[in-house]
Design a protein around this ligand. Structure first.
Ligand SMILES: *Cc1c(COP(=O)(O)O)cnc(C)c1O
Length: 380
């Protein structure tokens, strides 16, 4: 058996819409209706007033931060454990990210550490709904106060909800990715949701080279970006949005099946879902506990030998020595550091079969059993 770690799921409708864009030669954003259709439907699905499509989750974050009014040297709080794209977007502006620790059971921002790090100079916070577990943004708002802009990194959390409100509609901006391994995908792509009309207009303008909206379009209004998403990509993203609820409930049931299959396995720690939230999981993450917490790479290799592809977890910003000069003792972030080298994820994709899931959990249990024995005997 050979099981990949992820695989995009495209229905016939996706292929039909893409074919339609191709046959009508509406491949860029110049012609065709899919850009607007995608944006309209995505905003409606999330429950926000506006949505602006763009080339990736990273550029969605960049556009959000600019629309939030973030400038060079502004101090921004950012959840420490994430895809580094979250931090890169802050660095593109020349702003100063300050990492905030995570809770080691939910993997989302730790409210105690947030309380310690909030100060009057903070202009914005980027929270990350990591691995599909939504952050309770009301709690965050209560700590940071009304003036701090809240940007939700929703790249891994399409469809996640708190008290029945979708992520992307909880803070000031929601930045989503449509990369090939995300909950919804069109290969490469992104979208920003907001309820602020001014920000919406600004992001739409900046995304497409900041052409002038009045008079001669080539008198540009400012320095723009080409962060456009093509009509061809939007055709696929639109179909995925129309089918979002069924795609996401399938992902949830796959991950709940893993929960069930692995429930008796000691030595692994599985992220918990908080009350009143809908966790959409993204990928099924596992953290190894002592005495095998340092044996992740070996376990991943042994799984690969049995045809099971896995991926290691993120390394937090606090441990990225090449990206910042923050002093280790001033950063803290002990929980995210603890996760850095002991987490990985199992194959999580919509076409995985129950038999494959059973094979994966049985193989994992056997490998952990033998590796643990060796670890206890001091052999490794
Ligand atoms: C994937 C991801 C991004 C970046 O999205 P791209 O579309 O790859 O640019 C940002 N943040 C998180 C949490 C992600 O998982």
């Amino acid at each position: 058996m050979k099981i990949p770690v992820s695989k995009p799921y495209l229905t016939q409708q996706c292929l039909d819409f893409a074919q339609d864009a191709l046959s009508s030669r509406a491949i860029s954003g110049l012609f065709g209706e899919y850009v607007e259709k995608f944006e309209e439907h995505f905003a409606k699905w999330v429950g926000s007033r506006y949505a602006v499509s763009c080339s990736s989750g990273t550029t969605a974050l960049h556009l959000s931060l600019i629309a939030a009014g973030i400038k060079k040297d502004d101090e921004i709080l950012v959840a420490d454990l994430t895809n580094m794209a979250t931090f890169f977007a802050v660095h593109y502006i020349g702003a100063q990210p300050i990492p905030v620790d995570i809770n080691d059971r939910t993997y989302t921002i730790d409210l105690n550490d947030l309380q310690k790090k909030i100060k009057p100079s903070i202009k914005a916070i980027v929270i990350v709904h990591l691995f599909g577990q939504p952050v309770n943004v009301t709690d965050v708002r209560n700590i940071v106060g009304p003036k701090v802009k809240i940007i939700e990194d929703c790249a891994e959390a399409h469809g996640s909800k708190i008290n029945n409100i979708y992520v992307g509609n909880l803070g000031d901006f929601g930045a989503f990715s449509f990369f090939g391994n995300k909950n919804l995908t069109c290969g490469e792509g992104g979208i920003v949701t907001t309820n602020c009309y001014e920000s919406y207009e600004k992001m739409k303008n900046l995304r497409s080279l900041a052409f002038s909206k009045t008079g001669n379009k080539f008198h540009h209004e400012s320095i723009g970006f080409n962060y456009r998403l093509s009509n061809l990509h939007c055709a696929i993203a639109f179909s995925q949005t129309l089918q979002a609820n069924s795609l996401i409930s399938k992902r949830i049931s796959i991950c709940q099946n893993y929960d069930h299959l692995l429930q008796n396995l000691e030595d692994i720690i599985i992220p918990i879902s908080t009350q009143n939230s809908t966790n959409t999981y993204w990928m099924y993450h596992i953290r190894l506990a002592a005495p095998i917490s340092k044996l992740r790479d070996k376990i991943m290799q042994l799984l690969a030998n049995e045809g099971i592809e896995t991926r290691s977890g993120f390394i937090p910003y606090s441990l990225q020595n090449k990206l910042h000069k923050l002093k280790p003792e001033s950063i803290g972030c002990t929980n995210s550091k603890k996760c850095a080298y002991s987490t990985f994820y199992l194959p999580t994709f919509l076409e995985i079969s129950e038999i494959e899931q059973e094979y994966i959990s049985n193989t994992l249990q056997n490998i952990i059993k033998s590796v643990k024995k060796e670890a206890i005997n001091g052999a490794i």
